[in-house]
Design a protein around this ligand. Sequence first.
Ligand code: NAD
Ligand code: DAU
Length: 339
Amino acid sequence: MQKLMVTGGAGFIGSNFVRHVLRTYPDVHVLVYDKMTYAGNLDNLKDVAEDYAERYSFERGDIADAARVDEVMQQCRIDTIVNFAAETHVDRSLMGADSFIRTDVFGTYVLLEAAKTYDIERYHQVSTDEVYGQVLEGASLETDPLHTRSPYSASKAGGDLMCIAYHESFGLPVTITRGSNNIGPYQYPEKVVPLFVTNAIDDLPLPLYGDGRQMRDYQYVLDHCEGIDVVLHKGQPGEIYNVGTEVETENIVMTHAILDLLGKPYSLIQPVTDRPGHDRRYSIHCAKLRALGWRSRHTFEQAIEKTVRWYVENEWWWRKIKNGEYIEYYRKQYAGRGI
Ligand code: NAD
Ligand code: DAU
């Protein structure tokens, strides 16, 4: 891995991954290729562009645009792709799935074709535990069948299946990670944790869906990035690896933790109509990744504490976002739900 293309690198996890790679591997050059949708933000990479100017570059482009992908692959002599580029928010996929199918399925296919054409060393697909569907008991293994329930998770599953097909049919050196819910710096405040933290700072209501007893495995974003790094270096082509803490937390418990850390009252919690088709619980086994030497380094308590502190200390980052497109989305999403 010398010339790494990180697609979707201007988003939340992608930008954290880029920072991690440049810090860890002094010989690696990173090219971020990103369409800059509402979720793409060059502020996420501001320090990276300053600190690693010689080994970092940025190209704006769509992963579903085959000609543009080809041009960049050829010009930059890319040998490794890590694909974070996706439409990622379940609630938005319920409003309309077009862009999800175009990016998460068709865009993945375009990247796989480019990976095949240029015979690259590794194509890594960043996927999600949501492809297993809700798991009411026990935990999902990488070999489990996929039971997607939202347009988002169905699109991600489509991307995963295409990756496996390119490995089986063409011998492409593909790996896949399926991560649980990430939290940490630079997460767009439509996702529950940054939404609740930034609303609470401003004494605004926290719209908690349904009974708030749904469970998620909230992991610190850097732990997820380190998991992807380990798979890139030690993972077997054709294999899938789950990445999470293996500890699930109820949303109401996560919400109380945020309010406690900020010293804000529980009366800010506003129960609202549930998300249609809301997956009650996700849970994954991560022994396969641990066998490669990876460990999750943050407990839920440590992860939420670090995350809350970052949003408190970085209002410059999120206050700019909370206008324009964001306000419009927020109104559409929460209007009529008592918010
Ligand atoms: P994000 O929404 O913060 O960022 C997505 C990035 O992809 C943005 O920079 C956006 O501009 C870019 N993008 C979107 N469409 C594109 C296209 N057609 N071409 C090029 N770039 C495009 O996402 P995130 O939360 O950082 O998630 C990154 C990846 O990790 C996704 O594939 C997601 O499915 C997966 N994932 C996310 C989580 C999570 O908790 N956020 C957990 C597991 C897996
Ligand atoms: O599990 C991994 C997935 O985690 C990723 O693949 C997705 O890209 C990412 O968005 C995330 O999906 P979720 O749907 O779990 O994340 P979200 O932050 O939207 O919601 C987390 C939980 O909080 C979920 O149970 C719904 C609930 N929620 C969410 C919002 C936005 C609320 O109660 N109120 C809200 O306003």
